[in-house]
Design a protein around this ligand. Structure first.
Ligand SMILES: [Zn+2]
Length: 205
């Protein structure tokens, strides 16, 4: 069983050694997927870091990150509006540059992130960004499979209770996250500040 994925790395340090990082990104660290999808357990992550030596001088400092993500999420089918489990299989490449100017110089088809000198690459953010890009815009069951989910709608049949036992921990976990997250992140989450400003009737300071 693999351990938890390290939270942040120095890409240049790792790339200088042809380094790799592996681990599990737990569901509690995937909160940004939020409205799009609920993680069904943690994601298996592999990252490989390589220097882009041999490129033009402008991109000499960039690091190439090869990213692999494996997991499952639950989202909502846009045809029948019933829960839909989807595999998450992302195999991507992200370039990391030292400055906006360097990132622009890289252009091409590959996304480039900027990590300033002295800063670290935040792996939770990197993984969640790539997963959100990979998730389908309008997820749907396979043709013909929507009807098979009709029995979830209301009728309590014997077979459903066993299924509920499996899904309840996931739903409970999600609900707990929804409740806990705003308080945990209040001090450092700019969106919490925004929400407070927009709410207007909260605490004043
Ligand atoms: Zn459906």
């Amino acid at each position: 069983m693999r351990g938890a994925l390290i939270k942040r790395v120095d890409p240049w340090h790792l790339a200088g050694r042809g380094g790799a990082v592996e681990g599990v990104l737990g569901a509690g660290r995937l909160g940004r997927l939020g409205a799009m999808a609920t993680p069904l357990g943690g994601f298996d992550i592999s990252l490989r870091f390589d220097r882009m030596d041999g490129q033009a001088a402008a991109v000499g400092a960039a690091v190439m990150v090869r990213l692999s993500v494996r997991g499952r999420v639950q989202t909502v089918c846009q045809r029948c509006l019933e829960p839909l489990d989807l595999p998450v299989e992302v195999d991507g490449t992200v370039l990391v540059a030292r400055s906006d100017a360097e990132a622009r110089a890289l252009d091409g088809d590959t996304e480039a992130l900027v990590v300033d000198v002295g800063e670290m690459l935040e792996l939770d953010d990197l993984v969640q960004d790539e997963v959100m890009l990979a998730l389908p815009f309008a997820p749907r069951h396979e043709p013909g499979e929507c009807a098979s989910h009709d029995h979830h709608k209301g009728d309590r049949i014997d077979g459903a209770s066993a299924h509920d036992d499996q899904t309840d921990p996931v739903l409970a976990h999600r609900n707990r996250e929804v409740v806990v997250e705003p308080e945990e992140k209040r001090t450092n989450n700019p969106f919490a500040v925004l929400a407070a400003l927009q709410g207007g009737d909260g605490e004043e300071n």
